[in-house]
Ligand binder design. Structure first.
Ligand code: IPE
Ligand code: IPE
Ligand code: MG
Length: 251
């Protein structure tokens, strides 16, 4: 009897979501690890370790729900300004994911794509990024963009540089540059823009995340700190998104 009740409760959560009207692309700013750790008297690195577990769980949940593209903000161009021991802790968690993540997502139809300026990383690290992308490139289920050393402004600056080179080489005329030209020079080229951007931790800002792509994204904020974020919050965000009236400047 109790089992049945629990089952129904879970189903109710799922039922709040209309599977016919899912956001195609969800962006997630995985924020609040430091405060989560502080509340427990742990070092900030403990919060990042807990946050890394949440990341893996939420990716599974997003795939199960049927989301096609997820972009997670893992490390920003501004996060280098943190104390060295914290940056080192984050890098070793990332390295652990690069070394063992494939085993952990085995059997899951996830294609991994890293977005951001990877040139900042060591050759060894860059090889691991490339290996993970290559090993998952034929998976057609969930496309997972992991934003590493990512900044929306840096991404646009990079796009402008590439387009300027093409103009210089006579490959394109300045008059021919359109919004589409710019989109095609971003790390997310060819992907749909995020329909929904989720930011937990009680902050109401984008912190340089998907500045171009998020022009018409629906935003969802929550006080929940990232390590505590679960499928329940994900479903709540999707369900809330489904009640929005997206007008894109129309009526
Ligand atoms: C997000 O959590 C993780 C990264 C930025 C890498 P924070 O470390 O920003 O956690 P708070 O915001 O300090 O709580
Ligand atoms: C955004 O969080 C970056 C990531 C989650 C990777 P931050 O904690 O760096 O953002 P601010 O400093 O609160 O704006
Ligand atoms: Mg933060």
């Amino acid at each position: 009897m109790i089992m049945l009740k629990l089952k129904n409760l879970f189903k109710q959560d799922e039922h709040k979501v209309d599977l016919e009207n899912l956001p195609q692309h969800i962006g997630i700013i995985m924020d609040g690890n430091g405060r989560w750790a502080k509340k427990r008297g742990l070092p900030r690195s403990g919060g990042h370790a807990a946050g890394a577990k949440t990341f893996e769980k939420i990716i599974e949940d997003a795939g199960d729900i049927g989301i096609k593209v997820v972009t997670v903000y893992a490390f920003s161009t501004e996060n280098w300004s943190r104390p060295k021991d914290e940056v080192d802790a984050l890098m070793s968690l990332l390295e652990d994911y690069l070394d063992n993540g494939l085993e952990r997502i085995a059997g899951r139809d996830v294609k991994i794509h890293f977005i951001g300026d990877s040139a900042a990383f060591s050759d060894k690290f860059q090889k691991k990024l490339a290996h993970m992308e290559k090993a998952t490139r034929d998976n057609g289920g969930l496309l997972l963009n992991v934003a590493l050393n990512y900044g929306g402004r840096a991404e646009l600056t990079n796009a402008v540089k590439q387009i300027a080179e093409e103009v210089k080489n006579g490959e394109i005329n300045p008059d021919e540059i359109t919004e589409d030209t710019i989109s095609k020079h971003l790390y997310t080229s060819g992907q749909p823009d995020p329909d929904l951007i989720i930011r937990p931790s009680g902050e109401f800002r984008l912190s340089n995340f998907l500045m171009w792509q998020g022009a018409y994204s629906e935003l969802w904020f929550s006080d929940c700190l990232w390590p505590d974020f679960s499928k329940k919050e994900l479903l709540e965000a999707i369900s809330d998104y489904q009640k929005r009236n997206r007008r894109f400047g129309g009526v």
